[in-house]
Design a protein around this ligand. Structure first.
Ligand SMILES: Cc1cc2nc3c(=O)[nH]c(=O)nc-3n(C[C@H](O)[C@H](O)[C@H](O)COP(=O)(O)O)c2cc1C
Ligand SMILES: CC(C)CC(=O)C(=O)O
Length: 387
């Protein structure tokens, strides 16, 4: 049993002692303060999406088309938000989605380490991006007892891919998340306007520059020729994988293999047949392709096709109620991107922990008030479609 909702009492007791809350209590508040904290170009990178950002807005809007129906006489005094997947038991279904450039969003430039520390403090797992300011071994060292996952951007160099995965295994990560929807970046007008994207990426290559296979392919060490290093990285970064590559991907690790970016049920069935351990239903927060469906709208089909495989969901989650709605539509776990980036930007580890605890408290209290005490109680029948 967990009592995430108790976070509200901590805040009220602080208030009684005259302590004013450090951090805003809503997504809009986190966003507004993060915007004021980050440089304009980093802000536009974080906040922006593909095209005119229609899909990005649709991700958020989809949640307001679903509403939870309250149940009474349930006596949901105790709730249980714990979830078991990939042989792990987690205290809650919340996860931190992989975010490249996370390091740069912290005041001290080490946001990947901060997120790992927040994972240790909350039990909310971090899926560490391939693109990070600090190498994965240092990130993993901060996880404490909370399991961590490594997100792989599969490079064209297969030996490099194998090396990154082997390092993740050795560092103690508990699963590999392979992102399929970003072997090339989508059309991102905000980044094109600032022309800042290449510089940002250049700061986030620690996993590559610390890799023996990557280093061996360079004419000069990265410390001596950073420009050539970035050029080499750009050449190997993205591999447009096909189904023929799935057996090879599967062979890279004995850890749970989760594929990120699946939104079509047929793709889910093929991935399942190809031996993956988990499906990650996401449209990359609307950052890659515009004009698509909200991820929440495809979730039920994906869950059905995934059958017994766990489904991690992300894109557009902005509150604890959104977490509950995604769970009711069948997600096994719910990941967030921008909300925790904002928390990190406004208050480092403390700000990030505040965002995670706020989302968990809101979800927990909603389940209490509306009479859905466990995740098993949250079925599609708990929701109605409105508007
Ligand atoms: C600034 C930023 C960087 C991201 N970097 C990565 C990444 O390195 N790897 C990845 O798989 N997804 C990346 N994503 C996508 C997230 O993992 C996630 O799918 C998305 O943020 C979820 O949508 P949300 O921001 O609406 O919560 C990034 C998202 C943002 C906002
Ligand atoms: C394209 C990458 C460099 C990072 C990413 O996934 C993103 O910005 O959405």
């Amino acid at each position: 049993m967990t009592d995430f909702g108790a976070y509200q009492y901590e805040i009220y007791f602080d208030g009684l002692r005259g302590v004013v809350p450090h951090f805003p209590m809503t997504y809009e508040g986190w966003e507004e303060r993060a915007r004021a904290t980050l440089s304009p170009s980093l802000w536009s990178y974080v906040a922006g999406g593909a095209g005119d950002e229609h899909t990005q807005r649709a991700n958020v809007a989809a949640f307001s088309r679903r509403a939870l129906v309250p149940r009474m006489f349930v006596g949901a005094k105790q709730r249980d938000l714990s979830v078991s997947m990939f042989g792990l038991t987690l205290p809650s279904p919340l996860m931190m989605a992989p975010v490249g450039v996370l390091g740069l969003c912290a005041q001290d430039g080490h946001g990947d380490l901060a997120a790992a520390r927040a994972a240790a403090r909350t039990g909310v797992p971090m899926i560490a991006s391939t693109l990070s300011v600090d190498p994965m071994e240092q990130v993993a060292a901060e996880f404490g007892d909370t399991p961590g996952f490594f997100q792989l951007y599969t490079p064209t160099d297969r030996d490099l891919a194998a090396s990154l995965v082997q390092r993740a295994e050795a560092a103690g990560f508990q699963g590999i998340v392979v992102t399929l929807d970003t072997w090339v970046t989508g059309w991102r007008p905000r980044d094109l306007s600032t022309s800042n994207f290449p510089q940002l990426r250049g700061h986030c290559l620690a996993n590559y520059t610390s890799d023996p296979v990557f280093r061996a392919a360079l004419p000069k060490p990265p410390e001596e020729d950073p420009g050539a290093t970035v050029m080499h990285w750009a050449g190997v970064f993205g591999n447009p994988l096909t189904w023929d590559d799935l057996p090879w991907l599967r062979s890279l690790t004995t850890l749970p293999l989760i594929v990120k970016g699946l939104c079509h049920p047929e793709d889910v069935r093929r991935a399942r047949d190809g031996g993956v351990d988990g499906i990650y239903c996401s449209n990359h927060g609307g950052r890659q392709a515009n004009g698509g469906l909200a991820t929440l709208d495809v979730l039920p089909e994906v869950v059905e096709a995934a059958d017994s495989l766990p489904v991690i969901f992300d894109s557009g989650v902005r509150s604890g109620t959104d977490v509950v709605k995604a769970l009711a539509l069948g997600a096994s776990a719910v990941a967030i991107g921008r909300p925790y980036i904002h928390g990190l930007a406004i208050g480092g580890v403390d700000g990030l922990v505040h965002v995670l605890r706020s989302l968990l408290a809101e979800a927990d209290l909603l389940m209490a008030v509306d009479g859905y005490p466990t995740l098993a109680d949250l079925t599609p029948d708990a929701l109605r479609t409105v508007g």
